[in-house]
Design a protein around this ligand. Structure first.
Ligand code: FES
Ligand code: FES
Length: 174
């Protein structure tokens, strides 16, 4: 029998098969659980943040088959067989993603709560536009769904522009 970390018991539980950061998982879920709940409570991906729970702030953003989505409003049962990337899946302290490097270099992180969602949103945008060197307005538009209470966005836009330049120059998808 499968156990859930939440310890809830229901006749409606079902097994969800998902790949998170390249690793396959089978999770016993309740029908009402969101992807955010599964990622944080069952798989332990705490880099995915929770806040508004109504698709307003973007801190819960993950990549679903490469596209940025708000995991707080997506039922886990809808992602059967899908591949999810969280912030833990795009770099580590020894091998940072260019976006992570640029956020550090540009001083774009204050409290940090929005940053996983911000970086994944920017990654989705850059991946969808390979080789692009977006204008500041294009970056502002791309990250508009992710709110930051701390930075005023200027340094975040600097960071995304810096990373986009480096990725474009390297000619590689990161
Ligand atoms: S917690 Fe999902 S958008 Fe705010
Ligand atoms: S760095 Fe604090 S909310 Fe963005």
């Amino acid at each position: 029998m499968f156990a859930t970390n939440s310890g809830t018991k229901s006749m409606n539980r079902k097994i969800l098969n998902i790949v998170v950061n390249g690793e396959s998982h089978q999770v016993l879920i309740e029908p009402h659980w969101t992807l955010l709940q599964v990622l944080r409570n069952e798989i332990g991906m705490m880099g995915t943040k929770e806040n508004c729970l109504e698709a307003e702030c973007g801190v819960c953003t993950v990549l679903l088959d490469g596209k940025a989505i708000n995991s707080c409003i997506l039922l886990a049962g809808q992602v059967e067989g899908c591949s999810i990337t969280t912030i833990e899946g795009i770099g580590d302290p020894e091998h940072l993603h260019p976006l992570q490097e640029a956020f550090i270099e540009c001083g774009a992180v204050q409290c940090g709560y929005c940053i996983p969602g911000m970086i994944l949103t920017a990654k989705s945008f850059l991946d969808e536009n390979p080789g692009c060197r977006p204008s500041r307005d294009e970056i502002r538009e791309a990250i508009a769904g992710t709110l930051c209470r701390c930075t005023g966005y200027r340094k975040i836009i600097d960071a995304v522009a810096t990373a986009a330049d480096r990725i474009a120059l390297s000619g590689a998808k990161q």
